[in-house]
Write a protein that binds this ligand. Structure first.
Ligand code: FAD
Length: 289
């Protein structure tokens, strides 16, 4: 089986303790030679400065390629582009450009009066700066809840690529067929940018279900039963590694060459899945455990 290239997504820490956890996570996962790592931008724009600080700190303290997530929520165009420019000044060349979700409690995305009205506008403006080598975007194999239908879901992704995006990272999903059908439909629609599957190692089944409901990821009944039983038996970690390794293995068999992991700032499951897929650590595991 081909060994995949991997990338890891982190969220910015909100406390000293969380900062130590992020450092430990980065230390453990950086040995797996990621293609890049990325730092999210809190829903509702809540972590704007924390994201910038975490991205800049990672750039300075590691040799990793670090991508900053950026959304259109609750900021003017000028503020958003200013933040992007501060990142570029700090040597960041990679952005994950998103429309974003509204703050908790608000229904639906409402553009800021002076802000970008959509991800397509944000992507075009970032591309126009010429300061970013990679502009990655979100993609939705299970169809985004705001898309009219699956054709509209794919048309919109095409518009994002045409606006200057270089790669799509998908929302997580539970069956390889979901991704493979989406990849085929994207190819038929003339999307030629790479589409990298997003993988969620399930740390906690209740949270995974909440995330899935929010982003429209479909949970097949047999998968739900498996995880419910594993939770009862206190074996979620074992199942999570076996399940994600099999999902990734099936994708690799179908020609997938890169995987993006939603780490939730916990390295253990992601590391075990990567090792199961044959990703070789740079140093002996005993040195990073
Ligand atoms: P878009 O692709 O722009 O829109 C989503 C769907 O809505 C599209 O499929 C399209 O069909 C429809 N749509 C939207 N606007 C229009 C329009 N004008 N006309 C027609 N159809 C339209 N959220 C955060 O807050 N912070 C993060 O750091 C973050 N990181 C993420 C990373 C990845 C890899 C992914 C997949 C998602 C991430 N999200 C993040 C979640 C994301 O913000 C939400 O899913 C959000 O609802 C959509 O953002 P988007 O840029 O992908 O949306």
């Amino acid at each position: 089986m081909t060994v995949p290239a991997v990338s890891f997504e982190f969220f910015p820490p909100r406390s000293i303790e969380a900062s130590f956890r992020l450092q430990d996570t980065v230390r453990a996962l950086s040995t797996l030679d990621p293609r890049f790592v990325s730092v999210t931008y809190g829903a509702g724009g809540t972590t704007r400065q924390l994201t910038r600080e975490a991205v800049v700190a990672l750039r300075r303290s590691t040799d990793l390629d670090v991508a900053a997530h950026l959304t259109c929520v609750d900021a003017s165009r000028e503020e958003t582009l200013d933040l992007a420019s501060q990142m570029a000044d700090a040597g960041v060349r990679e952005i994950v450009a998103l429309r974003g979700d509204p703050p908790a409690g608000e229904a639906g995305f409402r553009p800021h009066s002076q802000g970008f009205a959509s991800s397509v506008e944000l992507i075009a403006a970032l591309a126009e700066t010429g300061r970013f080598s990679d502009i990655r975007v979100g993609a939705y194999p299970d169809v985004h809840p705001d898309a009219a239908d699956s054709a509209a879901n794919i048309d919109w992704l095409k518009r994002k690529i045409d606006a200057g995006a270089t790669e799509a990272l998908t929302q997580f999903f539970f069956e390889p067929e979901t991704f493979l059908r989406f990849r085929d439909a994207c190819a038929s629609a003339g999307i030629d940018a790479p589409i990298t599957p997003g993988i969620l190692p399930v740390e906690n089944w209740a949270s995974a279900q909440r995330f899935a409901t929010r982003c429209g990821a479909q949970i097949p009944d047999p998968v739900a039963s498996l995880f419910e039983r594993a939770e009862r038996d206190d074996r979620t970690d074992l199942l999570a590694v076996a399940f994600a390794s099999e999902l990734c293995g099936d994708l690799i068999e179908e020609g997938v060459e890169a995987l993006h992991f939603y780490t939730l700032n916990r390295p253990e499951l992601t590391r075990d899945i990567c090792l199961a897929l044959g990703v070789q650590p740079r140093v002996a595991l005993r040195d990073v455990a």
